[in-house]
Design a protein around this ligand. Sequence first.
Ligand SMILES: [Zn+2]
Length: 76
Amino acid sequence: MAAKRNPALGACCSALTDALKLPNPLFRIEDDGVLYLTVAYAQTPQGVGWFDQAALFCPFCGVQIQDRDVITRGAK
Ligand SMILES: [Zn+2]
């Protein structure tokens, strides 16, 4: 889990707060604090391939939780 965490994550509604606490969520918080949602995954000869998308808006209540500029800056 990331040390630097976006304080907006989970601040919008209890559904997201609870989801982020799940032991095996289809969420991923990178070291830069950006939240990604797993949209799909595929079994490939090289292993499991993940299709992740940075979440700009809360999937539960629709409030903006991340800024596109921040995500782009954090992208490697
Ligand atoms: Zn929310």
